[in-house]
Design a protein around this ligand. Structure first.
Ligand SMILES: [Zn+2]
Length: 411
């Protein structure tokens, strides 16, 4: 019977010894019966996503975990645009945006338009589909005051500056977009984007949604600030390249964006919050459902990362215990032919409150998987595991080989 794989990703799972935990890591300190049971009957190791001592973001971490190379990273813009639900084509230039408030002289009054939450889809619709000098504008709202923009046309470049001034003091104008390399394609792209910003302002300032906001004493969302330009490379979806079906269950737009770029079916729900109050029963149920029509299902749990950023070891241990329960729920319903793998996209040590280049623990358990002598799942014990210390692409290739997706070398 053909095997299937569930890859559960504890976001920012790896850590360093914490004084508050008597120099254990949160993962060593946490009570994790399900993870330990899997360690006892499976193969473990530690993994450097790209290489030892190289910290990386959630976006590139997940790209590597899904089978891409470091060079394939398209930048934040394309990933966020994909996460918001836009499909990108090679050559598209994508941006992360804010709805913002400017005055008559284009001074930025509020970078988030009073943290607008309502009716941004109506405002976005009024900009989506515009054309400027033959370049098509795709525009979509994202969470709260955020939005995404795609420029689609011939000869565009992402080597341009942000229009978002980032720091404002009441007398700060939005930044006119400039080429960063002085080449013709980037000068052209900057010109198109500058025209769009003014055109968008014209449309938004008289929009009914904003008239109502002003009447209600709220700041109008009358300007679009752009940042993080990235060009979509001509890379195949990993699911098409290797010919398999995959899904990704996650709460965070970034993870879902990477999943969509990779050709994975993105699955989310409002009860998956990305925080410690997320609905783990629902997440487990979705994983099992997706397994019916997918060969590979990835699952992300965000909260260990958040607790690492907060610098709270005991809270991080609690988040890890939630990860363990989530895996327990999955194991209860997991079909017999299914391999379960555990990994992380990076370490987020409480000590650093940021991502670090420390390796993360990994585990593979299921039919056909070797069993090593490790009995607990954590950064230290897994260092003695049968998988050794491997790189991210070696780990995912190992998993894809269990699915028989990797061609034999030689004859
Ligand atoms: Zn992450």
């Amino acid at each position: 019977m053909k095997k299937k794989i569930i890859l559960t990703i504890g976001d920012g799972l790896g850590d360093r010894p914490c004084k508050e935990l008597d120099y254990m890591t949160p993962l060593e300190y946490a009570h994790t019966p399900n993870l330990d049971r899997l360690a006892k009957t499976g193969a473990t190791g530690i993994m450097d996503l790209i290489g030892p001592g190289i910290p990386l973001g959630t976006d590139i971490g997940h790209m590597i975990l899904f089978g891409y190379a470091q060079e394939d990273y398209p930048g934040r813009g394309p990933i966020e645009a994909s996460g918001a639900g836009l499909s990108l084509e090679p050559g598209d230039v994508a941006f992360r945006c804010n709805f913002a408030t400017v005055d008559e002289a284009f001074n930025v009054i509020d970078r988030r338009a009073g943290r607008i939450r309502e009716n941004t889809h109506i405002l976005a619709n009024s900009l989506d589909g515009m054309e400027i000098d033959g370049v098509k504008i795709l525009f979509k709202e994202a969470t709260e005051h955020r939005a995404v923009l795609i420029l689609r046309g011939e000869g565009l470049s992402a080597n341009i500056t942000d229009s978002d001034p980032k720091k404002i003091d009441g007398n700060t104008k939005y930044k006119e977009v400039l080429s960063t390399d002085g080449k013709a394609d980037s000068i052209y792209t900057a010109n198109i984007l500058n025209k769009f910003l003014l055109e968008a302002n014209k449309i938004l300032k008289d929009h009914q949604v904003n008239k109502e906001r002003i009447d209600n004493g709220k700041l109008p969302a009358n300007f679009i600030l752009t940042r993080g330009a990235g060009i979509m490379p001509n890379i195949p979806k990993i699911t098409e390249k290797l010919n398999f079906k995959a899904s990704c269950v996650a709460a965070e737009g970034t993870v879902l964006g990477v999943a969509r770029l990779a050709g994975f079916n993105p699955v989310s729900h409002e009860e998956m919050t990305g925080n410690i109050d997320t609905n783990i029963e629902l997440k487990a149920k979705k994983v099992i459902e997706e397994l019916e029509h997918s060969d590979f299902v990835a699952l992300n749990l965000k909260c260990p990362d958040l607790m690492g950023h907060d610098g709270k070891p005991k809270k991080k241990a609690e988040a890890i215990e939630l990860f363990d329960q989530l895996i327990g729920n999955i194991l209860e319903y997991k079909p017999e032919n299914t391999i379960i793998a555990i990994a992380a996209d990076h370490s987020t040590p409480c000590e650093k409150k940021e991502h670090s280049g420390d390796p993360v623990p990994i585990l593979i358990n299921g039919p056909g998987v070797r069993r090593d002598n490790v009995e607990r799942f954590n950064e230290i014990d897994c260092g003695h595991g049968g998988l050794g210390r491997i790189k991210g692409h070696e780990f995912i290739w190992t998993l894809y080989d269990y699915l028989e997706l990797i061609k034999k070398e030689g004859n």
